[in-house]
Design a protein around this ligand. Structure first.
Ligand code: IVH
Length: 697
């Protein structure tokens, strides 16, 4: 890479364009898809380079330069919420010197004498910020930060958090207040969520922060409700009246109104206090059970905060003192490819074991082929590995000076590492653009995908076969006894006539084999939605499987429809498309799956073994059957989840935004933009009580 000082103007212009594209791409991956493709450190390096070039060539600064943005624009599936007061960010400090300079700067600005300034020192929670609007003590709207000015309306999702009060307790709250804080996920909850996702063959999250963001930004709030997200309040935006003199007093009030505030926050005096608070939190960090990435210092007196004000996007009265990332050097011994259930291939670095921040690291994800090329990794390289908030360690860079002689750059394999060595294909988006994902094209002919597929099939939320965990399954697979789902259900029959009985095998006693056969028998009868989910078709998760099961009713209908979808039958495709929340990705995945003879054969052999229970068809004889209903504002007699379940039980569809397709809007206190849209579109609106009376009658 050319030194910024040596760039010609033309090179600088070209690089700024490239950097803007790259940064935008990574912003979207991070903020909208909650699936970062590069480490925070690499992202910061791109931003720093962009800034350095802009500093040397200020006239080349683009109007939409990445240096002018905070976060990313909201995703389209959520409606927009304009924050009453923008949600800005904090400048960073990285050393004791930076912290001392912060104190000195404030002193100069306020022209203070030597008397120490009081500051709060609060853990910097590593989650995503949210703003909660309360009117007369009632939660009326919740939003993500978005680009700082306009966020996403995630009210229904935020209401599912147990740390977020629907009504404020105590008294003395302003008539209108935007309470701000951090939504986060604890380490234990993150590990459990990823373990369940892994077992189910679903995507896993890189770290608790991405998992929190992904969980909060669900279209279906019942999914958010299942994720144990938590919330700490630490700030506020718009307020109708002043409610505290100091930050410390404000934190106490937030607590009294029913919020959680960080127990480790302290109020300290002067620069010495700032440094001491940092040292304490750095020591406490491993014991907290959730990620913090630094300490936030804030001038305690709010009248001083007011005087200090803001410079561009950050306040003068506060700063985030970041913890350094925990890093170590080790040797990259090999790069292996892992093949997932749907064939996506992930390169994994095998490292000489090294301790990083108290944890022994032996593997690190390398994300994808582009990432390896960008870091120019050679096998045998000494590399810097890092754990920075992220549970999964990352390879930051190679150290070329320490490269052994003769080490060649890593060449990404062109074929799957399975015995079949099927070619790897670079995945393209629906629009035809290449993505960074490479996929094994062998599908179920690839033994790696087969075993992952079987693991998914027996997982807890699919067929849930007790006694047939990953280890046992691998054993049966290796022996050739189970190669596809149907084999599980013929295992007992085959064992009867086998000369080498399962019960006589090493470690497998008679009772445990009998128990396994019994467990398999209980699953021979299975609800249609679990059957569909168990097939492990890409993009067909539990919720989609349920929607399809309800839509088709019986296994026969489902299978007949899938054959037609695979053949491109327009009517069948339209029928599937009309189902709630089903879009192109699902249709394409279903069509591709059922177009393959071996998949159809596999499904047929499986269904021959099973009794698939019909799904409960939605009721058709109620006042709301077939109607699309939107709940908005606060509900006072039932929770959102109850309301949704009740409406669905009566055959209605519940949507999260109002459109021409909406038949009915149930509006509670504080209903905002959705109510307005409903009125504009002439859609029927009723109160919660009117709704309850209607469905009761
Ligand atoms: S105060 C004007 N306090 O850090 C900004 N922020 O880089 C006021 N954060 O967007 C923010 N813990 O997501 C504040 N105790 C804390 C915090 C905190 C985490 C996050 C927040 C903010 C970012 C600033």
């Amino acid at each position: 890479m050319i030194d910024v000082a040596d760039l010609t103007e033309a090179q600088a212009a070209e690089e700024l364009t490239k950097l803007a594209d790259q940064i935008t791409h990574h912003d979207l991956a991070y903020h909208q898809n909650d699936a970062p493709e590069i480490s925070d450190a690499d992202y910061d390096a791109l931003k720093r380079r962009n800034l350095a070039i802009e500093e040397r060539f200020p006239h080349l600064i683009r109007e939409n330069s990445p240096s002018m943005r905070v976060g990313a624009p909201r995703a389209e599936q959520f409606s927009a919420v304009e924050h009453g007061v923008p949600m800005l960010s904090l400048d960073n400090a990285f050393s004791d010197e930076d912290a001392l300079e912060f104190d000195a700067r404030i002193r100069r600005f306020l022209r203070l004498d030597e008397t120490p300034i009081a500051y709060t020192a609060e853990p910097k929670i590593d989650g995503l910020s949210a703003s909660l609007r309360y009117e007369k003590g009632i939660l009326v709207q919740g939003a993500t930060r978005g680009d700082g000015r306009v966020g996403e309306d995630v009210t229904a999702n935020l209401r599912t958090l147990k740390d977020i009060p629907h009504r404020l307790s105590g008294s003395g709250w302003p008539d209108v207040i935007e309470v701000r804080g951090e939504v986060y996920l604890g380490h234990a909850e993150f590990a459990a969520l990823n373990a369940a996702a892994m077992e189910a063959g679903d995507r896993t999250y890189a770290n608790p922060r991405n998992a929190a963001a992904g969980s909060l930004r669900q279209i279906d709030s019942t999914i958010t409700a299942k994720r144990p997200l938590r919330f700490f309040a630490y700030a506020w935006g718009l307020v109708s009246e002043k409610f505290a003199e100091t930050q410390w007093e404000a934190l106490a009030k937030l607590k009294a109104w029913g919020f959680q505030t960080t127990p480790q926050s302290t109020c300290v005096q002067g620069a010495d206090g700032l440094l001491a608070a940092y040292a304490v939190l750095e020591r406490e960090r491993p014991n907290l059970g959730y990620d913090i990435d630094g300490v936030v210092y804030k001038v305690d007196r709010l009248d001083w905060q007011q005087r200090l004000g803001f410079v561009s996007r950050a306040p003068r009265w506060g700063i985030a003192r970041k913890f350094p990332a925990e890093q170590a050097r080790t040797v990259l011994e090999a790069i292996d490819l892992q093949v997932g259930r749907t064939g996506a291939v992930t390169p994994v670095a095998r490292l000489k074991p090294v301790t990083v921040g108290g944890v022994t690291v032996t593997n690190a994800t390398l994300h994808n082929a582009d990432e390896i090329a960008r870091k120019d990794l050679h096998i045998g390289d000494t590399v810097v590995v890092q754990r920075a908030g992220d549970v999964i360690p990352q390879v930051v860079e190679a150290i070329p000076e320490l490269r052994p002689a003769g080490a060649a750059p890593y060449e990404f394999p062109t074929h799957c590492p399975c015995p079949l060595q099927t070619p790897l294909a670079r995945e393209t988006t629906a629009g035809g653009a290449e993505t960074v994902v490479r996929r094994c094209t062998g599908e179920l002919a690839c033994p790696f995908q087969r075993i992952e597929h079987l693991k998914h099939f027996v997982s807890r939320r699919a067929f849930d076969i007790e006694g047939l965990g990953e280890k046992q399954l691998q054993g049966f697979y290796d022996e050739g006894l189970i190669r596809e789902p149907a084999d599980i259900f013929t295992l007992a029959e085959r064992d009867k006539v086998s000369l080498k009985k399962l019960k006589d095998r090493e470690r497998a006693g008679e009772t445990s084999v009998a128990n396994l056969f019994a467990a398999i028998e209980t699953r021979r009868t299975i609800p249609l939605d679990r059957f569909i989910y168990g097939l492990g078709i890409r993009h067909i998760g539990e919720q989609t499987a349920l929607v399809m099961a309800r839509g088709y009713g019986t296994a026969a209908e489902f299978l007949a429809a899938m054959d037609k979808v695979a053949a491109g039958d327009e009517e069948a495709v339209a029928e599937l498309d009309a189902m709630d929340q089903i879009g192109d990705a699902v249709i394409q995945a279903a069509a591709a799956f059922f177009a393959e003879d071996h998949n159809r054969g596999m499904v047929q052999r499986l269904s021959d073994q099973l009794t698939v229970l019909d799904a409960e068809k939605p009721k058709t004889d109620t006042a709301v059957a077939g109607k699309t209903v939107v709940f908005t504002g606060a509900l006072e007699r039932m929770t959102r989840d109850e309301a949704k379940a009740q409406a669905e039980g009566l055959g209605a569809k519940v949507a999260s935004s109002v459109s021409k397709k909406t038949d009915l809007v149930v509006a509670g206190p504080g209903a905002g933009s959705k109510l307005k849209t409903a009125t504009e579109l002439g859609i029927q609106v009723m109160t919660e009580d009117e709704w309850l009376a209607m469905v009761a009658g």
